[in-house]
Ligand binder design. Structure first.
Ligand code: NAD
Length: 476
């Protein structure tokens, strides 16, 4: 099978060479087609860090093993990782975090957690706007297809890997619409997998529990931003971020990598630990069905670590027997292909179960009704009552100002004088009865222009099958 590889920057070429040598020695059925990504491409004037022809190769081969790259400092360079994930629809980021006690020092000797992170949406849509002198916003987009795909992936992964529990982390006590949707979809899909335990934690206490008692968790699924942060925490508390790999999985393509960066200061010295990229490669072998080779490599890797053959980053007087460089570490693994660890548990990836990941089917549309509109106003004053008077001047017959909030908290009617207000105000208009029309919104906006009220954006307030699709003001 032909796969695309990119050797990347810094320590990238060394750890890629080590990884490919191990895969080849283990008998992996792989052919490598190399592309150039990263620093050189960026500095040649291509702000995406990858040439158009390279996309063709990645899309043709479908499986991509990528070493870390250096994103040059300074503006204008786009993250190749984020672009790749979104262009190729790699919606699922899977990161196993398992401690290697007593061979790698950790406070959590029995940790074995897999973080499944949504990879395409949430605050990473990158849709940001400055709206007033004082306020910028970043849109957090959570979609039903996004939630269904990632949650189903987590349960299917658990089933395939013979894992017992899937936990969901969200902050839906605050973000009732966006995180609320993620949690709701989790509950819906969990019900389809009665053989797998499921639970939901509010992210703050869940994160604290994960850092303190990781053995309480098995597979954890979460939206993009939380997953970004907590997958690094989880990898770090196993003992080292240098030992973890990750998979980015889509319906068509997949990308595999180490979780660490290009460590430029260690480059070219035969020092770097190739384990992170090797772990990415093992996820890849499992993904493409070469599970016997994946097992063989992983068991040889565990045996090597167990014998105390360690690169500088995990070398420790007490547990290490030999400090080796990148090449020698790879040689040691190759020598141990076919052997199993004695103290650490040997892995067995064989599974009769093929993951069932159907394409998303769009649901029948719900009955949608327009119930009101929020006009966001840039106003540099301080007194909400004063603004209310100005805003009431644009009211229509039967469409009245019902509330003003500032950063979400209600400041009119009956606000608190203690509430700090910025220059960014949300003014909610509701019809006295029935629904609102788009013409009435245009009318409100045109009144705002004639009254010199600076409306910076509007949000329509809809119900879907009678259920409100918007939040109330805090304190309302
Ligand atoms: P880094 O992960 O490269 O390095 C952090 C620390 O870990 C350093 O002390 C480094 O020496 C050490 N380290 C990392 N990998 C190691 C390994 N395999 N063996 C031994 N030690 C290792 O993070 P950074 O210094 O913040 O970033 C360096 C560059 O990498 C930046 O340009 C950044 O943009 C890039 N980066 C790329 C990716 C990627 O391509 N996926 C991810 C993160 C950072």
């Amino acid at each position: 099978m032909k796969i695309t590889i990119a050797k990347g920057d810094g320590i990238g070429p060394e750890i890629m060479d080590a990884t490919l040598r191990i895969l080849t020695a283990a008998g992996a059925n792989l052919e490598f087609e190399e592309i150039e990504v990263g620093e050189k491409v960026y500095l040649s004037g291509n702000t995406s860090g990858i040439a158009a022809e390279s996309w063709d190769i990645i899309r043709r081969n479908k499986v991509f093993l990528k070493a870390p790259i250096t994103t040059p400092q300074g503006g204008g360079y786009k993250s190749l990782n984020v672009t790749t994930r979104k262009f190729l629809g790699l919606y699922s980021n899977v990161r196993p975090c398992k401690s290697l006690h007593p061979f790698v020092q950790t406070k959590h000797p029995i940790m074995d957690v897999v973080i499944v992170r949504e990879n395409e949406e949430d605050l990473y849509a990158g849709i940001e706007h400055q709206q007033t002198d004082e306020v910028v916003q970043c849109l957090k987009l959570i979609s039903r297809p996004g939630c269904e795909k990632i949650v189903r992936y987590a349960f299917e992964y658990a089933k395939q890997q013979n894992r017992k529990k899937v936990t969901c982390f969200t902050k839906d006590n605050i973000m009732k619409q966006s995180d609320g949707l993620f949690h709701k979809v989790f509950d819906e899909i969990a019900a389809e997998y009665p053989e797998i335990e499921n639970e939901h934690w509010i992210i703050d206490i869940g994160a604290a529990k994960l850092a303190d008692t990781p053995e309480a968790f098995d597979v954890i699924v979460m939206p993009n931003l939380y997953g970004d942060v907590l997958s690094d925490v989880a990898a770090q508390i196993t003992g080292s971020v240098g030992l973890a790999g990750s998979a980015n999985i889509g319906e068509e393509c997949a990308m595999f990598e180490a979780i660490h960066g290009s460590a430029p200061r260690r480059a070219g010295q035969n020092l770097a630990n190739p384990s992170g990229l090797l772990q990415g490669a093992i996820l890849m072998l499992n993904h493409i069905g070469q599970t016997a080779i994946a097992e063989k490599v992983q068991n040889a890797w565990l045996k090597t670590l167990e014998e105390g053959i360690h690169t500088y980053d995990i070398y420790n007087e007490g547990t290490s027997s030999q400090k080796v460089g990148t090449r020698e570490f790879a040689d040691a693994i190759i020598e141990r292909l076919g052997q199993k660890p004695q103290t650490l548990s040997a892995v067995s990836y064989a599974s009769d179960y093929t993951m069932n990941l159907p394409k998303y089917q769009r649901k029948a549309p719900k009955q949608k009704a327009l119930e009101g509109v929020d006009l966001f106003v840039h106003w540099p004053g301080l007194e909400a009552n004063e603004l209310a008077e100005k805003v009431q001047a644009i009211e229509l017959d039967g469409v009245k100002l019902s509330m003003i909030t500032n950063r979400g908290i209600k400041v009119w009617p009956e606000g608190f004088k203690e509430t700090f207000c910025t220059d960014h105000w949300r003014c909610r208009f509701k019809p006295a009865s029935g629904s609102l029309s788009k013409e009435e919104i245009i009318h409100l906006l045109s009144n705002a222009v004639s009254k010199e009220l600076d409306v910076v954006k509007t949000e329509n307030l809809y119900t879907f099958d009678g259920v409100a699709g918007y939040s109330l003001g805090q304190g309302q």
